[in-house]
Design a protein around this ligand. Sequence first.
Ligand SMILES: *Cc1c(COP(=O)(O)O)cnc(C)c1O
Length: 416
Amino acid sequence: MSTTPAVGINVQTLRADFPILATTVYGKPLIYLDNANTSQKPRRVIEVIDMYYRTMNSNVHRGNYFLSQQVTLAVESVRRKVQKFINAAEEREIIFVRGTTEAINLVATSFGEYSVREGDEIIISAMEHHSNIVPWQMLCARRGATLRVIPITDAGEVCLEDYERLLSGRTKLVAITHISNTLGTINPVQHIIRRAHDYGAVVLVDGAQAAPHMAIDVQALDADFYAFSGHKVFGPTGIGVLYGKARLLEAMPPYHGGGAMIDSVTFEKTTYNVLPFKFEAGTPHVEGIIGLGAALDYVQSVGLDAISEYEHDLLCYATDALQSLDGMRIIGTAPEKASVISFMLAGSSGEIHPHDVGTILDNEGIAIRTGHHCTQPLMRRFGVPATCRVSLAMYNTREEIDMLVRALRKVQTLFS
Ligand SMILES: *Cc1c(COP(=O)(O)O)cnc(C)c1O
């Protein structure tokens, strides 16, 4: 049944780079299908963190001695890697943060302070992750602004006509996910950005799900802000990136106050450091930054185009295989999709609760996510309390999909 697809990555070689993929759970080989939640780490990420503590550990930008200079060079070289990874125009447009969540909160707070006033409007979509909803609600509450929501279609695409109707001279910012973590929809962000700019609004793209799956070019998109998390792109937790156009970042007030973000401090007045340091108060997550650098090197050595192609093939294979089951309902059927499949499964006596599906799959060594995936409004839109979600990465295989389908058949027999 499963044959190796004829595309440019050797999945078995690649799997050997991820130690966790060789482990077992309950005596069964681990089948990890929860990559939209967090991805596994290649050996070189794990090793570079170990190497950092064994041979380099010291603080950045602070010491005049050998180790500190080495660490500063290493951190700044990762900043250049990130700049290239998303094709930003300048290094100083790359801010290290804890993750996508912090990146969005930074923009909501600092850009909000700089530019959002009473009566202004912020537009998001109905498929946003809670971290691209709540910070904007908090901002609107602080400033007396209004949150507007672009509805989505039954297939799980943003309604572009409704978007047109929501845009106006009052629109200050549009915040949209590049790829939905629940539906897999790839949004037409380039178009969304262009239309927002026609109204003088800026756009933040939540790239948490895009970074591991497709090549990103913030200049081609003309994105004003772009956010992603290290842990979803095969790097460590606790590190992420905010890209912002220099012109905007320069105009915005700092987010956190503290060390490293200052130029001079007296009790009367403090002046701030230049970009990117103005937004990087305190000791950074050095091991995270160095680990992220190794993760981006790894992804680029595989090649994002090869990854996209391989995953697209696997997504089609998995979609067909899942649809071969009676009682399978896939939620999110947009033509442009990345490798995320949300579904509901029914047995002969009706729909099976996703948590039951997840528990039985777990006993088979298969890790999927069940729940609302931090998108409660989206669950309401589709009239379900939760879904089962399979999310694939470049190291997943057709054999794993076959095992998943077999296990789902077993779930159905248990619930018949
Ligand atoms: C995971 C995710 C986030 C939040 O990322 P953190 O790493 O938890 O900060 C935001 N948006 C989307 C689309 C996500 O998938």
